[in-house]
Each structure stands twice: as C-alpha cells, then as structure tokens.
Design a protein around this ligand. Structure first.
Ligand SMILES: Nc1ncnc2c1ncn2[C@@H]1O[C@H](COP(=O)(O)OP(=O)(O)OP(=O)(O)O)[C@@H](O)[C@H]1O
Length: 638
C-alpha cells in the first residue's frame, strides 16, 4: 500500500479519472470548483460504503431512517442558528482579488515556513540532498503541495528562531479553536500573505456558507439548500418517538445530499460544495447517558488526541480502550464512547487503515456553544489529517429551540414507577387586576411569566418581595408586573410522569471524504511497473465483486458468459463483463485498477468440461475448478 510518506497524489488522481471514479462536473464547460460527478465505479463504491453504513448502524441498532427535504425554510435554519452562525472567515488578496479561507491560508503559510525551516536546518547539518528529501518526506503529514511551496509569499528553506518555530507550532495546534479576532491577530503577527502571489491579504470577514433560494413564485418565502441532514430529523422527533412506541433511547438516521458554499475548495473530494452525508441522531435521557451495549465495545482500542494536549500546543496521541476513556472521563459518557467505537469499527470494516485513523477531541471554543463534548474521526491522507466523521453530544439544544419557536412540545413523557414530589416555582395570577391592567397584552404577559427559567423566577420573586414590582420580557419589550397582580413562589408538586427534553448524540459522516481517504489507503503499485495500479478495496465495498472474462470474442463462449452472469447475479454478486479485445493480462490490469477482487476467465476448457479460472486481485493467485465450485467460493467471500 502507498503510505503518506511517498505518496504520488498526481498518479492516483490520474487513475481516478481514467477509471471514472469521479470527475469535475460540467467539465466540458470548464468545471466549477467543489462540484464533482461520480462515474460508474465511483457510484458503485459510494453506494457500497453507504450500504455497509446502513447495515452497521441502521440495521444493527434498529434506527429509524428518514428522508427529509433538502430545501429548508428560513425559519427552521434561523431557529437552529445556521442563518446567524454557519459561517467561515474569508480574506482576499488585496491586489488580484483571489479569495482564501482565513484559517486555511494561515495553516498553509505556517506549515510551509516550518518545512522551510526544517530543510534549512538539515542543510546546515551537512545532510545530502537525499537525506534532506527523506526528512522532508517523513514529515509529509504536515507538508503543503511542493508546487505551492515554491510560490512567492512562502518562505523557502529559511531557518526560524526557536521561539518563532514554537509559536508557529502552537498556533497550528490551536487553529481550529480560533475565532475572527484571533485569526486577524495571527495574520498580523505572522505577516500572513497570499501563498500564491505574496500579496497582502484583507482582514478576515465572516461568510455564511448556505446557498439561499426562494420557494414559490412570489419571492416571499426564503429557503436554503440544507447544510446538514440533521434538522429534518429533529423536526420529525415527535412522530419518530410515537413510531417507536414512546420508547427511549432511540435513534433516527438519514443519508442524503447537503450543500455548503465553501469559500475556496481546493482539495478535490475532501472539500466540495455538494456532498453525501450520513447522519445519526441518537436521543438519550440527559440523566442517564449509559449505553446498553457499551460492554460490547469497551475493549476497542482507539488512538486519541484529547483537547488538553492540543491546548498545550501539542499533537501527540495516546492509545486507550474506550472503556478506560469513558471511566477516566476523557470521553464524556458511555453513549458518546459507544458511537466513537462503532465509528472506528465501521471505518475498519470498509478498509480505512487503523494506523492512519485517530479521534481528536474538540477544544472548548471549537465546539458549538451548546455541545458538551465532541470528537472527530480524522483520517490521515496526503492532505494531512482530515475530519471525516464528527461525533458530538449536542445536548438538548436543537429540540429546545425548535420547540420554543413553534410551541410544539418536543419532549419525552415517562411514567414514573413511584410518584415523586418535587419543588417547583409557581406563578399565581390575580385575574381581577391582571386582565384590566394588561388588556389585550394580558395573554402574552401571562405566557412570558409561565415560560421563565428557575433563575429568572428566583430573581423575579426577590424583586417582588423587596420592591413590590419586577419586570418580564414580552416580545422583546420589558413589561412591569406588580405584587398586586402576580405572586411567584416555590411550592411542591407530586409527579406521576416525568417530562424531559432528550439530549442528542450525533455521529455525522461525510461519505465523499471517507471514499477519497479509502482510495488513498487502498492504492498501491505492483512491482516496478508504474502503470500497474491496484486498488485493494475489501470485497464488501469493491465497486464490483467479480469480473467475467471470455478469452476471446469466439462465439462458443457466449452461452457461458450468459449462464455464468445470470447465476452470479442471482447470487447477489455484482459483476462486470469485460469482453473487449485486449489481452487477458491487460484486462486483469484493468480490473485491478477498478479494485475488483476476483476475475473468472472462460476459455476452451470451459467449453469442454465446464471449468473456469478464478484469479484473486492482490495475490494474483489462480485456481481452476468447475464454475459451480467457484461460485461457492465467491458466495463465501461476498
Ligand atoms: N465541504 C465539505 N466537503 C465534503 N465533506 C464535508 C464538507 N463539509 C463537511 N463535510 C463532511 O461532513 C461531516 C460533518 O460536517 P461538520 O459540520 O462536522 O464538518 P465541519 O466541521 O464543518 O468540517 P470542516 O471544519 O472541515 O469544514 C464532516 O466530518 C465531513 O466528513
């Protein structure tokens, strides 16, 4: 397998195009950055990854799959916070207008300078060109494209002072934690310029990533292409809970396209503007986040990068079982730990290499304000460590905000085994004085009084007690209430039913990023012949499981091709028939490039005795047997 150290990305890209895994959309019109079409092999690979995902998660956990609309109204995404906060920072080349994502340009420039520093120090130490190249390759995870490095604006082979090197490294480790102010400061402090032109850049400015649209001909109903599939699931929570016979915990799931108007997509499938997501929303009792199947995964060993390590400017990982990580509170709770382990097992099953997979915890500022803990599954590729799956504890945020906005109760009602007595703030309204005082506002004031939090009740009770008056916010206006018309006090209530808003644990998968990483991890070149590419996909995701190769165009083979393909299809083994005129060797090479694990060759012996040759992709080993026996072998492998 190719390792990240000597990775020839251009050669893989050539293979991907030649075998039409995917290609830029509208290519004959010149293409548009961040938009790709999948060809037959890419489509089959993607569908197989999704199919394993469905079996591994949806079927295994009896999740409730939904398919909700992509077009989403303004109201929904305003309430979820996306209209105000779903943004990245961009900056502009002040001379030629080229646009960059601020954190990405800082990362590229600082990494290039660190690389230059490394080369300069190696050269000073009297190393040969080859030794310097080896040092450089060993650091490939942090390297920028060689071509870019040579461009103006990026320092090449310049030694850095120790404190400068250290502050670059610390800033890089914490980059994901930085907001606009910190990014602006860093750009000034380190004189970050365009790596392309060397020109000065503008200050970072927020850019909302959603594609806006209008629903219907009046132009009055604003909508967006959804940036994630999650919101559609939250909005159906009540129906899903009912479907699940009101039983908790449970999960919904959705696979579908999401859209983000990325500022400057330059990394192939890793950053695109339209992509397939597979998301799970697991609803759990906030008072008990244990998972009934945690024992099944507690011994899975993960490579993890906790937040405190990153906050100290380091990137050293540790290996730990999920059981230990949860017991030591490195991972917040069992359900989150359970899903992190299941994500690991899924990625392992489809062929992602364990030594190039780590789980990185979000730093405090990096997480959404409502999230309690969040981990990314990051896969190492020639582009560095790439987030491919996010796994967050989103608390009760989404259900709470949608419920508040719509008035629909998005809660769980749980019959208590024993009734329990609890203390509650109670509001009593003096109907005689309240109605006449607030007139047509009375209902709104009453609703506002009933919707206060415990802290707000405590404060209001104190005000009424000490001053005789207090205030409450009604539709953004402060309204005065007095103790002659409102009493706020604590009382006890006996509950037979407990009501709560579930918390949500969300594993969110970017299928395109996983697919690209898998291409990198599966690709190798056989022998010394650079043209002999192999993609060693596990059978379970290989685009086609078997290739049928008649030795030549001789008519005698036709009935066998028909019969065998019919039987393979009936056995659920996807196949490709290659009856082109190329030699068998050339056709085997073509199969290897498509990652097809098996090839069956039909020749003149087949016509005589019904035997065929089966060739295995990685070992190139061949066996000869009757088609019936070969079919059994393939069924077992499928
Ligand atoms: N532009 C994109 N192109 C391809 N996949 C994406 C893109 N944005 C997000 N994803 C995928 O969706 C998953 C969940 O999205 P999430 O919102 O957590 O990503 P993100 O943190 O915004 O990603 P990034 O920080 O890389 O922009 C990611 O783990 C990733 O696999």
């Amino acid at each position: 397998m190719s390792s990240a150290e000597n990775f020839d990305r251009a050669a893989l890209e050539q293979l991907v195009t030649k075998r039409f895994f995917y290609a830029p959309s509208f290519q004959i019109y010149g293409g548009v950055a961040g938009l790709y079409d999948f060809g037959p092999s890419g489509c089959a690979l993607l569908n197989n990854i999704v199919s394993v995902w469905r079996n591994h998660f949806v079927l295994e956990e009896e999740m409730l799959e939904v398919d909700t609309t992509i077009m989403t109204t303004y109201d929904v995404l305003k309430t979820s916070g996306h209209v105000d906060k779903f943004a990245d920072f961009m900056c502009k080349d002040l001379k030629n207008g080229e646009i960059f994502r601020a954190d990405h340009v800082i990362e590229a420039v600082l990494e290039a300078r660190l690389q230059g520093d490394k080369e300069a120090r190696s050269a000073k130490a009297g190393k040969t060109t080859e030794e310097i190249a080896a040092d450089t390759a060993a650091d490939a995870a942090n390297k920028v494209d060689k071509k870019k490095k040579k461009k103006k604006g990026v320092v090449v082979a310049v030694e850095l002072a120790d404190d400068v090197r250290q502050s670059y490294e610390e800033s890089l480790a914490q980059l994901d934690n930085f907001g606009g102010e910190e990014l602006t400061n860093i750009m000034k402090k380190f004189d970050i310029r365009s790596p392309e032109s060397g020109n000065e850049l503008s200050e970072p400015k927020e850019f909302n990533l959603m594609f806006e649209s209008l629903i219907g001909p009046t132009g009055q109903l604003k909508g967006f292409l959804r940036p994630e599939t999650a919101q559609g699931q939250f909005l159906n929570f009540k129906k899903l809970l009912e479907f699940n016979n009101d039983k908790m915990p449970f999960a919904s799931a959705q696979v579908g396209r999401s859209f983000r108007n990325e500022i400057s997509p330059r990394s192939g499938l890793l950053r695109v503007r339209e992509f397939t997501m597979a998301e799970i929303e697991h609803y759990v009792d906030p008072e008990n986040k244990d998972h009934p199947k945690f024992d099944e995964v507690k011994d899975v060993v993960l490579t993890i990068l906790p937040k405190d390590v990153q906050m100290s400017g380091k990137t050293a990982t540790v290996n730990m079982t999920v059981g230990d990580a949860v017991a030591k509170k490195v991972i917040d709770n069992q359900t989150l730990g359970y899903f992190i382990a299941r994500i690991y097992l899924f990625l392992d099953k489809i062929g992602i290499k364990g030594d190039r997979l780590r789980f990185r915890q979000h730093m405090d500022n990096e997480m959404a304000h409502y999230a309690t803990d969040c981990w990314d599954a990051e896969i190492k590729t020639s582009y560095g460590w790439i987030e491919c799956v996010g796994c967050a504890d989103r608390s009760a945020y989404d259900l709470t905000v949608h419920s508040k906005r719509t008035g629909e109760k998005l809660i769980v009602r749980e019959q208590l085994a024993e009734p329990r007595t609890i203390e509650l703030w109670q509001v009593e309204i003096n109907k005689k004085t309240f109605g006449p005082k607030y007139k047509k506002e009375a209902k709104a004031v009453e609703e506002a009084l009933l919707a206060l939090s415990d802290e707000q009740y405590a404060a209001l009770a104190q005000e009424l007690e000490t001053k005789g008056t207090g205030s409450v916010e009604v539709n953004g206006q402060s309204v005065e209430v007095g103790k002659e018309n409102v009493t706020v006090k604590k009382g006890t209530v006996t509950e037979h039913v407990r009501e709560y808003t579930p918390n949500v644990i969300e594993p969110s998968f970017g299928i395109g990023r996983i697919l690209y990483s898998l291409l990198e991890h599966s690709w190798w070149v056989r022998g010394d012949d650079e043209a002999r590419n192999v993609l060693s996909f596990p059978t379970v995701v290989a685009p086609f499981k078997c290739c049928l190769l008649p030795l030549s165009g001789n008519e005698q083979f036709t009935p066998f091709v028909r019969k065998f393909s019919r039987e393979l299809r009936a056995a659920g083994i996807s196949l490709r028939t290659d009856d082109s005129k190329a030699s068998i060797g050339r056709r085997y090479a073509r199969n290897d490039e498509l990652g097809i694990p098996y090839a069956i060759t039909i020749d003149f012996d087949t016509v005589q005795d019904g035997t065929v040759t089966l060739r295995e992709r990685d070992s190139t080993k061949q066996i000869r047997d009757t088609f019936e026996n070969i079919l059994k072998v393939l069924k077992e492998a499928n």
